[in-house]
Design a protein around this ligand. Structure first.
Ligand SMILES: C[S@@+](CC[C@H](N)C(=O)[O-])C[C@H]1O[C@@H](n2cnc3c(N)ncnc32)[C@H](O)[C@@H]1O
Length: 262
């Protein structure tokens, strides 16, 4: 199975199983607070791997025009239904592994963003960086939520449960990742902050880095934590207090990195 087909099969229940969970809502709130700093009413941005359009809709409701893209027709269909009342959202299929040559008449964008891991489907990030440089205005922002190679939760949790293959999956090149509720693993890579920065450095300067999910676990453990309210409350407080420390970003489930176009 290809990534698009796997995500197609997830699309219908993605909002119930992920988007509306307490932990995902909290983490998305952190990302949206960052998006809000850069993207304001009247701006035009591109989203890569939009999933069910949650962030696109949130930005459009604040007056930002969003081109929401994804490889999965199933995800795009859900986005279309959810965003049909919102004229500021344009929905297109775009595969990050086959980025189209920018058209000379394309207007430059104020920014590009991608939340919760779509860029982990790539084997290298230089192509995305060069492509983004052609599409974004000087001073524009590219902001990426990337699954980290050194997430602390994964080896600790799965190691304690004796599942050593899953515990160490992020340490392998060309790893395979099985999403909750899907039987087929997808090929995935976990670039370090240094690797992504190197790819973007010819055209962009790093402006901000933080972890997303340092104390809060990866999505396959949400259920276990969310049924224990006191533990959840404690982890939310720890995330609030210490989750933003830049030096700890690589240890989180995802890191959020922002580049400014020079
Ligand atoms: C974990 S979901 C995140 C969705 C959304 N950004 C969010 O915040 O909920 C990852 C998304 O990346 C998309 N994706 C995976 N591989 C892709 C590719 N090669 N090109 C574009 N999108 C891709 C999937 O279809 C899926 O919608």
């Amino acid at each position: 199975m290809n990534p698009p087909q796997i995500f197609d099969s997830l699309a219908e229940q993605y909002d119930d199983s992920f988007t509306r969970s307490t932990i995902a809502q909290y983490l998305r709130g952190i990302v949206q607070a960052r998006l809000e700093r850069h993207f304001t009413s009247g701006m035009r941005v591109l989203e890569l791997g939009c999933g069910t359009g949650e962030d696109a809709l949130w930005l459009a409701n604040r007056g930002v025009s969003v081109i929401a893209t994804d490889v999965s027709e199933g995800m795009l269909a859900t986005t279309r239904t959810k965003c049909q009342h919102q004229p500021l959202i344009q929905i297109e299929r775009l595969d990050l592994r086959a980025l189209p040559a920018p058209h000379p008449t394309d207007a430059l964008l104020d920014g590009i963003f991608s939340n919760f891991g779509p860029v982990n489907c790539l084997q290298e990030w230089d192509t995305l960086a060069a492509w983004s440089a052609q599409r974004v205005n000087t001073g524009g922002i590219v902001a990426l939520g990337v699954m980290s190679p050194a997430c602390l939760w994964e080896p600790v949790w799965h190691g304690l449960h004796g599942n050593f293959k899953t515990a160490t999956r992020r340490w392998r090149q060309n790893a395979r990742f099985t999403l909750p509720d899907t039987p087929h693993p997808i090929p995935i890579n976990y670039p370090s902050i240094r690797r992504i920065t190197r790819a973007f450095s010819p055209h962009f300067t790093v402006r901000f880095v933080r972890g997303i999910g340092l104390f809060l676990p990866p999505s396959d453990v949400y259920g276990v934590i969310e049924t224990r309210p006191r533990l959840l409350h404690l982890l939310l407080r720890l995330e609030e207090r210490f989750g933003g420390i830049r030096q700890l970003a690589l240890l989180a489930d995802h890191y959020w990195i922002e580049f400014e176009r020079r």
